[in-house]
Design a binder for this molecule. Structure first.
Ligand code: ADP
Length: 471
């Protein structure tokens, strides 16, 4: 009984255990199911979150890209604005500088015109005095002539500047004897130094080529203009010592190198380039010690460029400066109109039985020419315009030569020359040109003139040219 009871109890316990395990298992499996369900739910939620995060990521990336892009645009815009602002500041500064330079230039120009004008007017007034001796008269005339020449040079420079601005500065190449040119400059500047009370400065001509090839094809007048400018600067900025000049044939490089060296004040390093710009000087403003207008080197640089060379300067403060320039070497060509360079001479001419017709509308100019011809005993006739000149040539077979002004009323010098040449082809006609327009001289030769002479007339050159062509 006990055993049965025990067994029943055991069975009961076992049953209860089974029931318990069964219930537990069910719970567990239920819990597992719930877990699985939740895991699945979570995974779905996770996936959603993931894609949302990815979306967010790409949004942030896009945003970042856009930000970077607009940032670089902004930076570029800021840079451009800064650049524009800098350019504006620079151009305002340049405009201010140009304004100042122009005002300085006008002030300098006024000074450069008034100084010789004062000399001319003052000494002309003194010439009127009755008890003036010959020596004084010669000296006054010399001063008036010197000041007049300075004015003409200034006018030439102004004309050149406007021709450069209009792109019309012309180069006329011909055969040019460089040694003659150097000697002419040497003689001329040795006279100039006395006029400027700088006789203690020695002017030396070295390195010229006497026996070597010294006739080249170039524009001799323009070459002389550059050398004259460099030499007058050298003399102006030198108080003691020497001014030396010359040229070397660098035939291996196919070029000729000219130089002008002085022992003057020198040029500071930071000014060595800008002095070749228009209106620029080392010392600018009203306190400057030396005169000048600051256009000579600008013109020289331009001409050197047109001739096919370059110009530069080497300098040391208080030791001196050397200006160099080159031109290409072109051997003399078969050009008819060689550039002849003249030295002052006191040659006497006797044209007692010759008749010269002067075609000139301005009375003062006619008087100047007739005074220049007085010592030659030539008979002089005066035509006041081109028409009169043609008529007088037809009516007077005794005329041996015509001096023809170009700008005249009624009929200009070109047409008058053509008309005279039609009826008298062998009549020598020398044109007087003011070089007002580029290539005036070439045009004169084309219409039939035998030669031309630049105004204001140099008496020696005038007489030599008349002698050369007179019938
Ligand atoms: P300008 O002599 O009429 O002023 P330039 O154009 O010929 O004009 O010269 C410009 C400037 O260059 C001069 O004003 C001067 O300051 C400087 N310069 C030219 N040549 C010399 C020189 N040989 N020595 C010192 N300074 C010079």
């Amino acid at each position: 009984m006990l055993i049965v009871a025990l067994l029943s109890a055991l069975l009961l316990v076992a049953l209860m255990g089974c029931l318990y395990f069964y219930t537990l298992n069910k719970r567990i499996s239920k819990a597992c199911n719930v877990h699985e369900h939740q895991t699945a739910k979570l995974s779905i939620e996770n996936k959603g979150l993931h894609s949302e995060i990815e979306g967010l990521h790409s949004f942030i990336n896009r945003l970042q890209n856009e930000l970077t892009h607009s940032n670089s645009l902004l930076t570029q815009e800021i840079r451009e604005q800064v650049k524009t602002q800098e350019e504006l500041i620079a151009s305002t500064r340049r405009a201010d500088e140009a304004d100042l330079l122009k005002s300085n230039f006008l002030a300098n120009m006024s000074h450069e015109i008034r100084t010789p004008m004062n000399g001319i007017l003052g000494f002309a007034q003194l010439l009127r005095e009755e008890d003036i001796d010959d020596e004084k008269r010669d000296r006054y005339i010399d001063i008036i002539y010197h000041n007049g020449t300075m004015l003409v040079n200034l006018i030439d420079d102004i004309m050149d500047i406007s021709k450069i601005e209009a792109g019309q500065l012309a180069i006329n190449k011909a055969n040019c004897n460089l040694d003659d040119l150097m000697f002419e400059l040497y003689t001329f500047f040795n006279e100039v130094k006395f006029k400027q009370e700088k006789e203690h400065i020695s002017i030396r001509l070295v390195d010229f080529n006497e026996d070597e090839v010294n006739i080249v094809q170039t524009d001799g007048h323009r070459l002389r203009q550059i050398m004259s400018n460099l030499l007058s600067n050298a003399l102006k900025f030198t108080e003691k010592g020497t001014v030396e000049f010359g040229y070397q044939n660098n035939l291996d490089q196919n070029q000729i190198k000219f130089y002008v060296r002085d022992s003057g004040i020198g040029i500071p390093k930071d000014k060595r380039d800008i002095i070749f710009d228009q209106f620029r000087q080392v010392h600018e403003g009203s306190t400057r010690k030396y005169g000048g207008t600051g256009i000579g080197l600008f013109i020289s640089k331009h001409i050197v460029g047109l001739l096919g060379g370059s110009i530069w300067v080497e300098s040391e403060i208080n030791v001196g400066s050397t200006f160099y320039f080159t031109i290409p070497y072109q051997h003399k060509g078969l050009l008819a109109n060689n550039v002849t360079l003249y030295q002052s001479s006191s040659k006497k001419y006797d044209w007692s039985n010759k008749v010269i017709l002067v075609a000139e509308d301005v009375e003062l100019n006619y008087k100047l020419i007739s005074s220049a011809l007085i010592g030659t005993n030539a008979s002089i006739m005066w035509a006041r315009n081109g028409e009169e000149a043609v008529e007088m040539c037809e009516k007077n077979p005794s005329i041996n030569l015509v001096l023809m002004d170009i700008q005249m009323p009624k009929m200009d010098g070109y047409d008058a020359t053509k008309a005279i040449k039609r009826s008298k082809p062998s009549m020598p006609i020398i044109a007087q040109t003011a070089y007002a327009m580029p290539n005036d001289n070439i045009k004169c030769m084309e219409v039939g003139c035998s030669d031309y002479i630049a105004k204001p007339l140099n008496t020696n050159i005038l007489l030599e040219k008349i002698e050369k062509h007179m019938l």
